[in-house]
Design a protein around this ligand. Structure first.
Ligand code: FO1
Length: 310
């Protein structure tokens, strides 16, 4: 059983971790959003890749969701002393990822190569594939103008009202190595409960990726990022309201229409006008058991769809 997951952000990493508790890790391939990537203080930052690396390695900060647990901040204290930018926090341990990634790029290595090297260093058997090795920058059009993703998400804490999202460089980006094979060869394809507009759409914007998923023989199941019309974390609900979308699972299903065969929603939610088969479980993922339950429920729905049982 080979499972391929489209993921970004903290919620996505939780689902992938849940999958590793119910499947052998080598059966799992994560295609990760890189639209949040940016260069800060000359360092290449890949937040969604790093969040997944930390989460699978058991090194993530469980409070924040991003960055390393048990982090120290001497570097940032020195940056502040010297009047450097303090809006984006780079922990001392986290810094190693960015410095080594910079060195790898300087040696001509790709994001996929350096990501695989990090995964090997931490003995991670899950395959972690950047959606592309070419730069794709998520840009957010707001009532404060067009903002880069981290400016919107971190510097401004998602306060500006969102009008639209675009992906700079997407039209010339190529799917990363192994990405199309991971989609075509999957027995199940999952879309994690990541922000559909900010974390999944960048992946679907890479030419050829969306079509590959549509044409893939595997059933495609998305896990709704909404619970009772609210997002667990991050700006999903606020963004949907600003786009004039009802905060419902039907809006999520419509967003993914033509792409998904089923939607996993929270046990307390009604399906409303969701046009594809739904399954339910408590989708809030606090504990490792929660992550495993949601992953299992998503796989069960995909399995039922594969056998035509639903
Ligand atoms: N998010 C914040 O809200 N504040 C930060 O200072 C911050 C630093 C940071 C450093 C490395 C990293 O991998 C992620 C970091 N994040 C921070 C989270 C990041 O902005 C988000 O994880 C993604 O871009 C959206 O999921």
């Amino acid at each position: 059983m080979k499972v391929t997951v489209l993921t970004g952000g903290v919620g996505g990493a939780k689902l992938v971790l849940g999958l590793t508790t119910i499947l052998p890790a080598h059966a799992i391939t994560a295609i990760v959003n890189t639209g949040d990537d940016f260069v800060h203080l000359g360092l290449p930052i890949s937040p969604d890749i790093d969040t997944l690396l930390y989460t699978l390695a058991g090194k993530s900060d469980l409070e924040r969701g991003w960055g390393r647990g048990g982090e120290t901040w001497s570097f940032m204290a020195a940056v502040r002393e010297l009047g450097g930018p303090a809006w984006f926090n780079l922990g001392d341990g986290d810094l190693a990822l960015h410095v080594l990634r910079l060195a790898a790029f300087a040696r001509g290595e790709s994001l996929s190569q350096v990501t695989a090297a990090f995964a090997r260093a931490w003995s991670l058997a899950t395959t972690i594939l950047p959606m592309s090795d070419d730069p794709v920058a998520t840009l957010v059009d707001t009532d404060d103008g067009r903002l880069s993703f981290q400016d919107y998400f971190v510097a401004r804490q998602c306060a500006p009202s969102l009008r639209g999202v675009s992906f700079g460089g997407a039209d010339t980006a190529r799917p990363g190595p192994g990405v199309l094979d991971a989609i075509a060869g999957a027995d199940r394809i999952l879309i994690a409960p990541s922000n559909p507009w900010l974390s999944v759409n960048p992946i679907l914007a890479v030419p050829g990726l969306r079509d590959a998923i549509v044409l893939a023989p595997a059933p495609v199941v998305a896990v709704s990022p909404l619970i009772a019309g609210q997002a667990v974390k991050g700006p999903t609900a606020k963004l949907m309201a600003e786009l004039g979308l009802p905060l419902t699972n039907a809006s999520i299903a419509t967003h993914y229409s033509g792409l998904i065969d089923g939607l996993l929603i929270d046990a307390g939610d009604d399906a409303g006008e969701v046009a594809v088969p739904v399954a339910r479980t408590a989708t809030l993922m606090r504990s490792l058991e929660d992550r495993a339950r949601v992953a299992q429920a998503a796989l069960d729905l995909a399995g039922a769809l594969a056998t035509g049982a639903t």
